[in-house]
Design a protein around this ligand. Structure first.
Ligand code: 2NL
Length: 360
């Protein structure tokens, strides 16, 4: 009879030499399967005399254990080899162009928000977000907007229905600007704060140049020694980066907002020769954003000590700057979901700006 040692050596030799999981499985079946050789040896134990059976049984079981262990090790080796092969072969080339059949487009609003994030991101701003439905307090009162201010009128603000008995401060509104997010951020975080807040805003206004839902981005910087010079430097840098014109003229014009003091509107240079509008050097100016030093009352309303901290804020309409940059003539087309419009004005997936690819 073949010795158990030579049986074991033969199986271990085969197992070690195996190069595929399929062949390994065949070996397992031939050795340990229902009709396998080692299974046969185990079955044969029953016909032995009891004194012989004990020693032989231990030896056959040891043989079975050794083969099982060798099969396990071989499987681990082949699994690892197959993974290594896949990792080498299935390498993804991130620089390949997008497939032609992938004709989805990025909406100009999404594209513009991503550009804003890339530009302000490089200046150290992070993105903050908040709810579209706000309390009157966060949308108006905290911002030093008085009760009689026209913006609070029903014709400008969407008030949620069914609030007859509600305290004025707790009345729910659709936010009319993204400022409530900055209020919440000042309440929740200790300065320094440096955020931009892009998002949807709502006003009860609907004509050729106003949509009841539109997008804004606001920015807020709060630090100990922030002054008007930082505001100017930051916004000049932004205008030139966004419109991609290194020497774009930028002008600060005194203005008024209840939540900033002093306040300034920001104009960029343009020319209107021959009916068209061209951004850049020229005889004319175009207003693109509002800004100012955060009013001390607003800081105090948010638990920030105006004797210790100051800061600047700014805000602009995203549709407006997108229309100017990309030559989109009609605001109303942004929300029509017209695929022909989207194919024309939309952006390919890889035009997505990021901190890595830059703003363009
Ligand atoms: C505009 C002008 C502006 C702000 C927004 C702001 C927010 C806080 C405190 C102070 Cl929490 N200011 N935001 C400041 C100045 C102008 O937006 O024309 N937007 C379309």
């Amino acid at each position: 009879m073949e010795s158990l040692d030579s049986i074991r050596d033969e199986w271990l030799r085969q197992i070690t030499a195996t190069a595929s999981l399929d062949a390994l499985e065949q070996i397992r079946v031939a050795a340990l399967g229902r009709n396998g050789q080692v299974t046969g040896l185990l079955k044969g134990l029953g016909s032995l005399a009891p004194e012989e059976r004990k020693a032989r049984g231990a030896a056959v079981n040891k043989l079975k254990d050794e083969i099982e262990q060798a099969l396990g090790e071989a499987k681990a080796r082949l699994d690892q080899a197959s993974l290594d092969r896949r990792l080498a072969e299935e390498r993804i080339d991130m620089t390949l162009p997008v497939k032609a059949e992938n004709d989805g487009r990025i909406h100009p609003i999404s594209q513009t928000i991503d550009e804003l994030i890339a530009i302000f991101g490089e200046m150290g701003f992070t993105v903050a977000e908040g709810p579209h439905i706000e309390d009157d307090f966060y949308n108006f009162t905290a911002l030093n907007i008085p009760a009689e201010h026209p913006a609070r009128q029903e014709q400008d603000t969407f008030y949620l229905m069914g609030q007859a008995g509600t305290r004025p401060e707790a009345r729910k509104v659709l936010r009319t600007h993204t400022s409530p997010v900055q209020i919440r951020t000042m309440q929740a975080q200790k300065p320094p704060i440096r955020i931009i807040v892009p998002g949807r805003t709502f006003r009860s206004d609907h004509d050729a140049t106003h949509s009841p839902m539109f997008h804004q981005v606001e920015g807020l910087v709060i630090e100990k020694h922030i002054h008007m010079g930082h505001l100017k430097g930051c916004l000049i840098e932004f205008c030139r980066a966004f419109f991609d014109i290194d020497d774009l003229p930028v002008r600060f014009r005194p203005s008024y907002f209840p939540f900033t003091e002093p306040s300034a509107e920001v104009d960029i240079g343009c020319s209107r020769e021959g009916g068209g509008l061209k951004i850049g050097a020229g005889a004319d100016w175009l207003e693109i954003l509002g800004s100012g030093m955060v009013h001390p009352k607003v800081l105090a309303n948010c638990g920030v000590d105006p004797a210790e901290y100051q800061g600047f804020a700014f805000g602009m309409g995203i549709e407006r700057i997108a229309m100017l940059k990309y030559g989109i003539p009609d605001l109303r087309t942004f929300y029509e979901s017209d695929l022909r419009w989207l194919r024309h004005y939309g952006f390919a997936a890889l035009d997505q700006p990021s901190l890595i690819t830059g703003a363009r």
